[in-house]
Ligand binder design. Structure first.
Ligand SMILES: *Cc1c(COP(=O)(O)O)cnc(C)c1O
Ligand code: SF4
Length: 329
């Protein structure tokens, strides 16, 4: 079977809530849309992700991740546009150096899908294009700080960049002697698995680094055959694959769903890493799960799963030197 080019698939992403609703056999009557919010962080979803949404179910856990609802316009106390004060942890634009030994480079603001709960939804670079002149500054900062031994490519989604730009970046990074590890944070293997081809694998493994990729899936229905195929390709190239999820009300806030996710991740060759508490980002309060419920869910997972399939429940606390584990066990 001839594979469709990933750029074409990306360009054909759906951006209209009406069209999404129509395709799924739903009506606006039972799904109030919030147009003003949608203007600033518009709906965006790949055809492949759409195919995994159940028709006729307004509460489908994948649909809830991508469809703007009126609830996003509601203000909630403590929910702000930059809850992690990330603006203040950038020594140069686009580089976050918050934790010892690790720096995170925002290589692009673009994503293949827009997740409604995303903590980057209010960031000014949300629509920005890759800015290689900014990388220059970041790279000289990295060169000058030998305490940094791991570079994390993030965004947005770094894998929305073309292969040649990524190759250039990875090769520059590999010329910094104190960098020992290359990590990629990407939702692409899950939402646009067609992106993972031999060329990309060659780009990521073409230097001395053994890359680690942290993918992002929240619900077992996100993992299908095309995702497994993409992950196999990465693993065949000796890339270690971990997963991070966000705990989301009405989407994955149960032992049944999250244990199902861990099992499916393992079957696909992915190890669970983090389960994040929602960051208090303006417009996302309706996704929030109370900490007491989160702890009960983790307890339930421990009772059901081997220890290595239980993700670490963490909360990001501005100023803390690591992501704060909530689970006392
Ligand atoms: C999450 C994050 C990291 C990585 O943290 P780990 O605990 O190593 O996964 C690094 N830098 C920033 C700014 C982060 O938000
Ligand atoms: S892919 Fe990641 S960065 Fe992009 S909108 Fe979703 S959660 Fe946010």
């Amino acid at each position: 079977m001839q594979q469709q080019n990933w750029r074409t698939i990306l360009q054909r992403s759906l951006r209209s809530p009406q069209l999404v609703i129509e395709k799924l056999g739903l009506t606006e009557a039972h799904l109030p849309l919030s147009m003003p919010v949608n203007d600033k962080f518009p709906l965006r979803v790949t055809g492949g992700f759409m195919n995994r949404i159940r028709r006729g179910d307004a509460n489908d856990p994948l649909l809830r991740q991508i469809l703007p609802l009126a609830a996003e316009a509601e203000d909630a106390e403590g929910y702000t546009v930059d809850p992690l004060s990330e603006h203040s942890t950038q020594p140069v634009p686009g580089l976050l150096h918050k934790y010892h030994g690790r720096a995170l480079l925002i290589v692009t603001g673009a994503c293949a899908i827009h997740c409604r709960y995303c903590f980057r939804r209010h960031f000014p670079y949300a629509d920005s294009n890759p800015a290689p002149q900014q990388w220059r500054q970041a790279i000289s900062y990295l060169r000058g700080d030998s305490s940094i031994n791991e570079i994390i490519l993030s965004g947005g989604d770094p894998l929305t960049l073309p292969d040649d730009k990524l190759r250039m970046l990875v090769s520059e990074l590999s010329s910094i002697p104190h960098l020992r590890r290359l990590r990629i944070h990407s939702r692409i293997p899950v939402v646009l698995p067609e992106r993972i081809d031999n060329n990309l694998a060659a780009v990521l493994t073409g230097t001395r680094f053994h890359p680690v990729m942290v993918v992002h899936a929240n619900h077992p229905n996100e993992i299908n055959e095309t995702v497994r195929y993409a992950i196999d390709k990465l693993r065949d190239n000796r890339i270690l694959i971990l997963n991070q999820s966000v705990l989301l009300r009405g989407i994955n806030d149960s032992v049944a769903v999250l244990s199902g996710l861990s099992e499916k991740l393992f079957d696909a060759g992915i190890m669970p890493y983090y389960l994040h508490m929602l960051d208090p980002v303006k417009g996302t309060a309706h996704f929030s799960v109370p900490e007491s419920d989160a702890l009960l869910i983790i307890k339930g997972l421990r009772e059901k799963l081997p220890g290595y399939l239980v993700p670490r429940l963490v909360r990001e606390v501005a100023g803390n030197p690591y992501k704060l584990p909530l689970d006392p066990a």
